[in-house]
Ligand binder design. Structure first.
Ligand code: NAD
Length: 474
């Protein structure tokens, strides 16, 4: 195994290294997790909830180390704090919900009165989680938390682009021995992820469409479930009767938080023609007020581009857009400060669907805005994509907004706001088209992905002879 060197997004220096596990080492980790899982399951939900509560306290005790590592991984400050806090509140949320959700299968009658039915949830023994670099902590745990509460063991492999947070996090896990038996992180690369699929019973993958396809194919070979959460190119639709300042503010946040490096970022905007000019003006005004997070991570809202490879994609999308006639009333370039690569907060006009910036995932603080004649054209353009993660609709008429939402091919639609699935994890939703596959990772269904249902069919008629064949014989 070769050492993996990791680039620091603020300095461009390769200042961190790790050694991915050999296949036999990975298999050993999986064997230990598997060995510990039956006892974890047997503990029962109340005891598992108590263990996760201990972990929540351990996380709080190491808060500053973890956030510092996340800042080194991603170069940004505010989202790192938010990420940490949202993991802690997610533990709280699942602790509250899980006991009721796992109460399943009380005895009930069946079509035959003397046969009673009982149901059991049987956890998948070992869940593998493979996660990306854009929210390294949050996306490594979003599936693992409900899996653990269900009674599974979990092995997590975060992205090789942002692995620094693993060390401080492992220390918090080590502080809670009951948890460390069934939860392990491993620093690894794509080959490690591929090897994991051979060793686990279920895989949760968050990442790009091409890798997601490879994961799904490998999982299909083994007949194990693969839950895929992939890319997006989320549209926002602004109707003429919308509150324009508010729509601009929400879309700005939805498109530029985390420097646009979110699957659920708003990446294209369709605005009814009568309000197009005023919307672009409001959006541009607000975008100009955003500052780059340089020289300090707290100096501004727009952090560096985390992945150098993604910076190349962004440069390509901008060059392609300008070559085809796009205009940037604001931003429109990548700049280098202190070795880090930043994308200026950008509004693009004069764009169309021949451009990569309207069709492919850009993952940058770039908002291309297109005028449309009416809602029908907006819906047609919004649906003209192979992605279907989420979307947003702005209108003064809620009934109209709902009607438009119903025509959009996407799993979650924010109305009069944007990117709300970043904040609200209660609503069940599934990805459409190439944005993913499998049950909802949000809401109660998220937990039920991690258990199989087993039916017990109990014959309660003690005095009776088996008659199935005898009846034939008479
Ligand atoms: P990626 O697909 O390059 O990598 C994701 C993970 O897969 C990494 O941990 C990587 O090491 C691993 N991997 C690589 N090859 C593998 C293989 N053959 N088998 C198993 N694992 C392998 O994605 P990325 O660049 O890290 O992340 C950005 C992408 O993630 C974007 O497309 C973004 O939209 C998507 N994303 C989706 C969601 C969502 O919830 N839908 C959330 C965040 C990010």
């Amino acid at each position: 195994m070769a050492l993996v060197s990791v680039r620091n997004p603020r300095t461009g220096q390769y200042d961190y290294q790790f050694l991915p596990p050999r296949r036999d080492e990975l298999a050993d980790v999986c064997r230990r997790l598997r060995d510990a899982q039956p006892a974890w399951e047997a503990l029962g939900i109340d005891a598992r909830v108590a263990v996760l509560d201990d972990w929540r306290r351990a996380l709080a005790a190491h808060r500053s180390d973890i956030i510092t590592a996340l800042i080194a991984d991603t170069g940004r400050y505010y989202e790192s704090v938010l990420e940490f806090e949202s993991v802690v509140s997610s533990i709280e949320r699942w602790r509250r919900l899980a006991p009721d959700l796992l109460r399943y299968g009380e005895s009930r009658s069946s079509a035959l009165p003397f046969i009673r039915l009982e149901g059991r949830l049987v956890p998948y023994p070992l869940v593998g989680v493979i996660s990306p670099w854009n929210f390294p902590l949050l996306l490594s745990l979003i599936d693992a938390l409900p899996a653990l509460l269900t009674g599974c063991a979990a092995l997590i492999k975060p992205s090789e682009i942002a692995p620094r947070f693993i060390e401080p996090l492992q220390r918090t896990i080590a502080d809670v021995p009951a948890l460390s038996d069934v939860l392990q992180y491993v620093a690894g690369d794509g080959a490690t992820g591929a090897a994991m699929i051979d060793l686990v019973d279920l895989v949760c993958f968050t990442g790009s469409v091409p890798t997601g396809r490879r994961v799904a194919e490998a999982a299909a070979q083994r007949f194990i479930p693969a839950f895929l959460e992939l890319g997006g190119k989320d549209p926002a639709i602004v109707l003429a009767d919308a509150d324009i300042e508010r729509a601009a503010a929400a879309i700005l946040w939805g498109g530029m938080v985390n420097a646009g490096q979110s699957c659920l970022s708003i990446e294209r905007v369709y605005v009814e023609a009568p309000v197009f000019a005023s919307f672009v003006e409001a959006l541009t005004d607000q975008a100009r007020r955003l500052r780059l997070a340089f020289p300090e991570p707290q100096s501004g809202e727009i952090g560096p581009i985390i992945s150098a490879r993604q910076a190349d994609v962004i440069a390509d999308h901008l060059a392609d857009a300008f070559a085809h006639g796009a205009v940037a009333p604001c931003g429109g370039a990548l700049v280098e400060y202190g070795g880090g690569i930043y994308c200026l907060p950008t509004v693009l006009t004069n764009v169309n669907h021949t451009m990569k910036v309207m069709r492919e995932e850009t993952f940058a603080p770039i908002l291309p805005v297109m005028p449309v004649a009416d809602a029908d054209e907006a819906v047609a353009l919004a649906n003209d994509s192979h992605f279907g993660l989420s979307a947003a609709v702005f209108s003064g008429n809620l009934a109209m907004a709902r009607a438009i939402a119903a025509r959009l091919h996407a799993g979650a639609i924010s109305i009069n706001d944007a990117a709300l699935t970043a904040l609200i994890h209660d609503g069940e939703k599934q990805s459409f088209k190439f944005s993913g596959l499998g049950g909802s990772r949000m809401g109660p269904a998220a937990l039920h992905r991690f258990a199989r249902k087993q039916a017990l069919l109990v014959n309660t008629n003690s005095g009776y002879d088996p008659w199935w064949f005898q009846r034939e014989a008479q």
